[in-house]
Design a protein around this ligand. Sequence first.
Ligand SMILES: [Zn+2]
Length: 540
Amino acid sequence: MTFRPLSGPMLLAASLVISVGSSASVARAQNGYSGSASSSVSSVKQTPAEAAEYLAYTPPDTALVWLTELAMLAGSVVRVDPFLTQPGGTTGSPVVIPMATLGYDPSRGIEGDGERVRVLVIGSQHGDERTGYEVALRLARDLSLGDLRPLLDDIEVTIVPVLNPVGMRAGTRFNGSGFDPNRDHVSLEAPANRVLWELHEAIEPHVVLDLHEMGPTPYEAQVGLPTHPNVDPRLIEFARFRLLPYVVQALTRANVRFHEYVAENPDPVYRTGTEDPEEIFFSYAPITANNARNAFSLAGSLALLLETASSHEIGDLSRRTDRLYLTAVSFLEVIAGISSEVRAVTWQSPDDAQAERTFLALRADNAVDPDRPSLRWLRWSDRGRAARYTVDQWRPLVEVLSDLPLPAAWLILPEETELIAHLLRHGIRVERLLEPVRLPVSAYATPDSLEPATVRTLPAGSWLARSDQARWRLLFTLIEPGASDGWSGSISPEPGSSNTAPAYPGRETPIYRFDGLVPMLPVVAASADELVEPRPAGER
Ligand SMILES: [Zn+2]
């Protein structure tokens, strides 16, 4: 994947003043934008669903052509690239997944020019949640031709409008290999997810917006903040107290009932269990690392799940598209409005003074909040009305069951190429020792028992992964042998998960922890090219 700087003149934002509905007034209130609430954007370039007046979905195969046409209209502010070609499998011919970059300038690098915030928008990881795709196309148009255009002064937006077109063709959340792409961000079995992480490494987005649908609930818009215990708590606080209030206000003004994602919705299709009735209706927002919002947030971005209530029928496509669009636009607006704060809170390397005192979680579980032992909730009654419902012993907190301090580095034996390839796929920096080294390191006799440090000789060709890097929280979570959802932990995958990483049962793990200052060592940067691919690179 290559990215070139944009060239050519930018269109004057004032040349096309186009309405996006209620968000225009929100934008004016925040940033003084001059969007008009009268003219119609659909006269410029309609999405296929708009052209069908939302009586038909946008076909999953049309994104590349549609975005290319948009780029011809909009000029160099839009750049369209092929993202991945996905074999159609039983659904027919291969599908090209495109991506569009709006105002993105790759020459700026991770620190950029100190101004713009980079945003990655992911549409329709789940193939049967088509609203994300519809919203992604609208965002691409309105950022390039519409009244969202002034936002590009403060943000750069990369959009992958439909990550799972084969699942969309088949009408399923699962991908062509039958697993859930949003339970694959640890394992990265799905080629689309591997390319997505390459993209994440290339553009290092400050914010990731992951667009989904949920079942029909009285709550029409839902936002999931990262929940993994190793995500920087400052990142979660920032999202909850600096970004969400603005978004909720915008939704409230549009009469959209919002709540933060703490539980599964009570859609009847989920009423499959035979346990406690509360457990049938409610489960907790997953705290594992393998969904996009947790994995990308561990990596250093602020990644958020944006959902709209959906019947999954065509009848409410227009309304649910409007709601999810408004949710996404509100986030873009507030992010643009406080862009320096967003930049300051994301991609935080460990502070030297703090690093020695930083403990990260190996295992965690949901726990009761003593201050709020029950949850009051609305759900549809059998008569189709919103009914009050209370869950006792509600467990909204994330309790850390075991943890470890952050080491200065991990050393890994040379033969562990599959683990190293795994780290590199997540954009984690790894080096290779050119000479043997003697160091005091601590080892795991088993994944659950860490031994005191002893001096050992590690052979030339061993790998070195330093915690002093931007993706340190993700590195810890993936590499620690005792971490429940990492590479070699005792993984209990959720249904649909692709997590098949091997544990190291009954023997010392080939991963060692080193504390203290890493001495000067002859090393070279590890690259995926020197590693044998552990699995065939065929499509999954
Ligand atoms: Zn989903």
